[in-house]
Design a protein around this ligand. Structure first.
Ligand SMILES: NC(=O)c1ccc[n+]([C@@H]2O[C@H](COP(=O)([O-])OP(=O)(O)OC[C@H]3O[C@@H](n4cnc5c(N)ncnc54)[C@H](OP(=O)(O)O)[C@@H]3O)[C@@H](O)[C@H]2O)c1
Length: 368
């Protein structure tokens, strides 16, 4: 779907919001631009939790020039006292005359109330400029506020014949340099990253965000689905680089759980599903309660299959590399598969990204 915002000022506000995507979690990432007589007099993006929101940053930059100005905000300003004072109060106090809001807050408890408060004091409020882009940008926040669950993205790099590793389990590397850089940059925008325990045993990933040329302090929570306690104690995921949560069941040895905790990781003891594996819905509920808005699943195919079977996948980021492995081991998505093409999962609102000799397909899974 091609979406064009109606105004260049809202476009700028969306760029500001995108520049802090995920960094403000569990708060939404918002951008704000203040315009007076056609000139931008202040702009800002939401700061990490506890810091000022986009409107406050833009108002501080504009100072007295905010009086009579038009504000472009990517999400409805909030009117409640949270960790920061209400943004509606700040806009009113500064004397802003017109407010363009790209979308209402999806949180049912506050939706529409910020707009109401602004209108009540005579501020002109217009809703919907850049609305589709804004909703897509904060899709993880929208899902979390609507369901209490994280927005789940499955990501893999596969060969032309759909394999994510060679027959020995070796997967370094399926994708090319540009594809890996693209994936690393994306990791900086998410709250948590997860893989199955086979991936830890075969590949020993660090599961950190390491975008080239950038130092990132904010690291996603690293999660391993490990029902029986097979994560080796010297696994890199238990080492430095970020916080780690091992999702397990009663089937894992108590001693192993204690040893994992002694390495600084958290052990979440969860219900088992019918196959005796970590119950993914229970895990999603736990993560949602902790304010994890976005979760990235990075392999392997066995875990991907469980997420698809549970209907828990919101988005797919599939990199396809021009290589062929052959054989039957390590498909991108395992499980029994569907019997008829008509039952295949199709990605809608597809975005196709060219990454050197690789191609990435990004879209939202839908069963016909
Ligand atoms: N190219 C890529 O993008 C990419 C990315 C990642 C991995 N890989 C490759 O993929 C291979 C590993 O993949 P894999 O498919 O064999 O295994 P996997 O998905 O990494 O791990 C599956 C294991 O996770 C555990 N698990 C716990 N709860 C689960 C649940 N609810 N559903 C499913 N599994 C659950 C199960 O072991 P227990 O029953 O013991 O808990 C299961 O056998 C490696 O060779 C790795 O290099 C490639």
């Amino acid at each position: 779907m091609h979406m064009t915002p109606q105004s260049t000022h809202m476009q700028r506000a969306l760029e500001l919001a995108a520049s802090v995507q995920g960094a403000t979690s569990p708060n939404p990432w918002v951008g704000c631009v203040l315009v007076s007589e056609g000139v931008i007099v202040g702009e800002g993006a939401t700061q990490p939790v506890g810091g000022p929101h986009a409107e406050a940053v833009a108002l501080a930059a504009a100072g007295e020039r905010a009086r009579g100005a038009t504000a472009y905000v990517t999400l409805e300003p909030h009117n409640f006292h949270g960790r920061t004072p209400p943004c509606t109060d700040a806009l009113i106090a500064a004397g802003v005359a017109v407010v363009h809001v790209a979308m209402l807050d999806p949180n049912p408890e506050v939706s529409g109330k910020g707009v109401e408060q602004l209108r009540a004091v005579g501020i002109e409020v217009r809703i919907g400029d850049g609305g589709a882009e804004a909703a897509k940008l904060v899709e993880a926040y929208v899902k979390h506020r609507a369901t209490g669950l994280p927005f789940v993205t499955v990501k893999f790099a596969a060969t032309l014949d759909g394999k994510i590793a060679a027959s020995s389990g070796d997967s370094r590397w399926v994708g090319g340099d540009e594809a890996r850089a693209w994936s690393q940059t994306h990791r900086t925008t998410i709250d948590a990253i997860m893989c199955g325990v086979n991936n830890v045993i075969l590949d020993d990933p660090q599961l950190t965000a390491r975008p080239a040329g950038v130092t990132t302090e904010r690291q996603p929570l690293r999660i391993v689905a490990d029902s029986r306690g097979r994560t080796p104690l010297d696994a890199k995921v238990l080492g430095p680089g970020g916080k780690t949560l091992i999702a397990t069941t009663e089937a894992s040895p108590t001693d192993w759980r204690r040893d994992v905790e002694a390495r600084g990781a958290e052990v979440a003891l969860l219900a088992a599903d019918d196959a005796g594996r970590v119950d993914l819905r229970a895990l999603m509920t736990l993560l949602g309660k902790r304010g994890v808005l976005s979760l990235l699943i990075e392999g392997g195919g066995v875990l991907h299959a469980s997420f698809f079977a549970a209907g828990l996948v919101d988005k797919v980021r599939a990199i396809i590399a021009p290589k062929i492995i052959g054989g039957t081991a390590y498909p991108a998505v395992g499980g029994p598969g569907v019997a008829r093409m008509a039952d295949a999962i199709t990605l809608r609102d597809l975005e196709i990204v060219s990454l050197g000799t690789n191609v990435a397909f990004v879209g939202y899974p839908e069963r016909s």
